[in-house]
Every structure is written in structure tokens, then in C-alpha cells.
Design a protein around this ligand. Structure first.
Ligand code: ATP
Ligand code: MG
Length: 305
């Protein structure tokens, strides 16, 4: 496309990350609200993210890509683009008004209940099913990379660590993504892989993420402990898999246990989890309503500030 950065008016900052800065923006000509993810010059994760978002253009639980914005044609930007292999300068994305689940948790100031979490789990699984069918592994699933709409829709975002598996058993144990949500087999493939399944790593991360929503804090380390790399690796590889407290429902406890099976070969697949009673289809509408109510509550709280 011939989209340019100057076609967009930046309104506010939605988030900062390794990849760059995400702005709430407006397409000047059409007035359409958007999220504009602006990358550092030559950032190769921008090209990867654009490729995967185009591949997944029809997946309903993956954030929509509206436009890929190439580097500006100033001499400095052009040389950076060449050095970086023509990485795009920015991506115009569908704006998700509820922000990320990490932000929602922060705004609420308390853990989420099982109902809205079921809406997150079901929709994230549907997103993963579509991605995995396209041979895409996300590799960085976590609350800050799951976005919410005003109606409780959940979409997977941030493919800066994603990968398209060209060969069936493409090794995928490299340390990309956030260590905190990494599965045991990505640290130690020999001990935990079993029949190596690169897609199982995304299921582990989803399990950690939804347990975090339930507890209100990262579940693998004692609350408040700084998540340094060594402590995380120890907790993930040598510790017991974390589990929801006894007060949680049997369905939720079992669902999390099936995600956080330490051996990748024994972990539930996305297809199996979509059949799990915790995410039963007949409860999906009510669960999504419960999540929408939390989004409305968080927005209300923001207005009061
Ligand atoms: P990180 O390195 O922290 O994972 P990143 O630089 O790769 O982040 P993203 O994860 O894509 O960038 O976005 C960072 C944050 O910006 C998200 O956590 C979310 O809060 C916000 N954000 C991103 N995309 C959107 C969107 N389409 N709509 C609303 N908010 C968004
Ligand atoms: Mg992110």
C-alpha cells in the first residue's frame, strides 16, 4: 500500500513495548480511529508481524491489520530501511477500545472472576486454533498481548516474536518472547518435549496468563519477587506447575492443569481445550457479557480519576 505516517494523526499513547510505541490515532481522510504501532527504524520484528497479520487476515480472534506503512523516503530513513531489510515503519491496526488484559487487570485493581476468564480462554483458543492451522506459533502470549473490545471480544495481538513454521518440525526453542510465560520445553527441550510439538508452547503461555487473571498477579513467582531470568527458569523447569486455589471451580482447576502440564507431549491441545467444559459454547455469550461489564467498569473508573 502507499500509506504514509502523515496520513495518521496521533491522539495518545496506548502502550510502549520492545517493538515500539502504540498510539491511539485517527486516519485523517476517513476519520477512522486506529491503533498505530510505530517501530524503530529497521526493526525486523515489524516485517515478521506484518507478514503474520496478513496471513491471519481472516481469523476473527486476531487483531486486524489495516495498513502497512513503509519507511519514509528521507535519505536517512531510506538507508536505515535498506540496512534493516525494508522493515515497515509502522502498522495501522484495528483499535481495541478495552486495551490489553494486563491493562484491564490494572485498572480494575482486583483479580477477575471465572466467567470473564472463560470468555478470554475460549476466544484466545479460537485465535490460536486459526493461527496454528496457518502454521503460525505466537510464542509471546501473555495478558499484555491479548486485547479486548467493548463487547467483550478478545483478540490476539503482537506478533513480534511469532513464527511461521515452514517445515513440520522446525525447531522453535529459541529464546524469543517473554521468559515469564515460556513453557518448560522451551528452556529444556530434552527433558520436557516428549513428541515435540511447537504449538504446545502457546497453550502453556495461555495457562499462565489466565491463572494470572484469576490471581491478580504473575503466578510462577511469589508476589512481588522481581522476575529475573534465573528465578523464572528455576520456577518453570524445577518447580511444580502452579494451580488455582481450592476455592476455584473443578472445571477451572482442571482447565488450567491441562494447560500447565509440564511435559509438552502430555499437555492438552488447542482442539482438546475447545471441548473442555470450562469454555463450553453454551456459556460463551454470558461469559463475553461478563467480560464486557469489566471493560465498562474499568472505563468508568478511568473517568473518575
Ligand atoms: P511488548 O514488547 O511489551 O510485548 P510491543 O512493543 O510488541 O509490546 P504490542 O504488544 O503490540 O507492542 O502493544 C503494546 C501495548 O499497546 C499493548 O499491551 C496494548 O496495551 C496496546 N495496544 C497494542 N495494540 C493495540 C490495539 N490494536 N488496540 C488497543 N491497544 C493496543
Ligand atoms: Mg506486547
Amino acid at each position: 500500500s502507499d500509506a504514509r505516517l502523515s496520513d495518521y494523526e496521533r491522539i495518545s499513547v496506548l502502550g510502549h513495548g520492545n517493538g515500539g510505541t502504540v498510539y491511539k490515532a485517527r486516519h485523517r481522510r476517513s476519520s477512522q480511529p486506529l491503533a498505530l504501532k510505530v517501530f524503530a527504524a529497521g526493526d525486523l520484528s515489524a516485517a515478521r508481524e506484518a507478514e503474520i497479520l496478513m496471513l491471519a487476515a481472516d481469523a476473527p480472534h486476531v487483531v486486524r491489520l489495516h495498513a502497512v506503512i513503509p519507511p519514509a523516503s528521507s535519505p536517512a530513513a531510506a538507508s536505515a530501511a535498506v540496512a534493516g531489510g525494508e522493515a515497515p515503519a509502522a502498522l495501522a491496526l484495528e483499535l481495541m477500545p478495552g486495551g490489553s488484559l494486563a491493562g484491564l487487570l490494572r485498572q480494575l485493581g482486583r483479580p477477575m472472576g471465572e466467567r470473564p476468564i472463560a470468555a478470554v480462554a475460549r476466544q484466545a483458543l479460537l485465535g490460536l486454533a486459526a493461527l496454528h492451522a496457518l502454521r503460525v506459533v505466537h510464542r509471546d502470549l501473555k495478558p499484555s498481548n491479548l486485547l479486548v473490545g467493548a463487547g467483550g471480544e478478545v483478540k490476539i495481538a503482537d506478533f513480534g516474536a511469532g513464527k511461521v513454521l515452514r517445515r513440520r518440525l522446525d525447531p522453535c526453542a529459541s529464546y524469543v518472547g517473554t521468559a515469564a510465560y515460556m513453557s518448560p520445553e522451551r528452556f529444556d527441550p530434552e527433558a520436557y518435549s516428549g513428541d515435540y510439538d511447537p504449538y504446545a508452547a502457546d497453550v502453556w503461555s495461555l495457562g499462565v496468563a489466565i491463572l494470572e487473571l484469576y490471581l491478580g498477579h504473575f503466578p510462577l513467582l511469589p508476589e512481588g519477587q522481581r522476575p529475573d531470568w534465573a528465578a523464572l527458569m528455576c520456577a518453570i523447569c524445577f518447580g511444580e506447575a502452579p494451580e488455582p486455589p481450592a476455592a476455584a471451580s473443578e472445571e477451572f482447576r482442571d482447565f488450567v492443569a491441562r494447560c500447565l502440564e509440564k511435559k509438552a507431549g502430555q499437555r492438552a491441545s488447542v482442539a482438546e481445550l475447545l471441548e473442555h467444559p470450562f469454555v463450553a459454547e453454551r456459556d460463551a455469550a454470558a461469559a463475553q457479557q461478563a467480560l464486557a461489564a469489566l471493560v465498562a467498569e474499568a472505563e468508568q473508573g478511568d473517568g473518575d480519576l
